[in-house]
Design a protein. Sequence first.
Length: 164
Amino acid sequence: MQSTHSQAKTIPEELKKWLYASGSLTQQLTDLAGGQFQVEPTKEHFQRMSFIDAKWMGMPFQHTSWVRESYLYGSEAEPWVKAKSIFPILSLHKRARIFQHIGAKPIGFFLFQRTNPACERRVIRLDDGWTRQSCYTWHGCKFIVQETFLESFEQYLQKQHSAG
């Protein structure tokens, strides 16, 4: 599932810096949108982890996780990012349990507050667009944040590039 060398060549140039950026995507999108940012949760549920995700996080196969799916908006009417966060149940019993109850608040607000969590990243192409999957270790808790940059975001970047 990891990005291969040949895949990397097909990533649009203006999207590369977003796929490989470190730090808070929440803050980066807010900066790009002139201070505007909104999270729209679409689904929160429990599900079994996929074999690939469980292996990546060193969790037992078919371990249950709490999943939050949402859209991230900047300064446009269309969402820019489709986000999916996967929290193994083991992580929710520790400090990361706050993530189960944040509603429409961005995960990045809590994740990067006075801390810089360890992060492993992989970049893949999904049906909805180029996606970065980050496996964070935060206060001893491991979880995955998946961010798919939608076509509307790519179009916004192209428009900004043409104008600037």
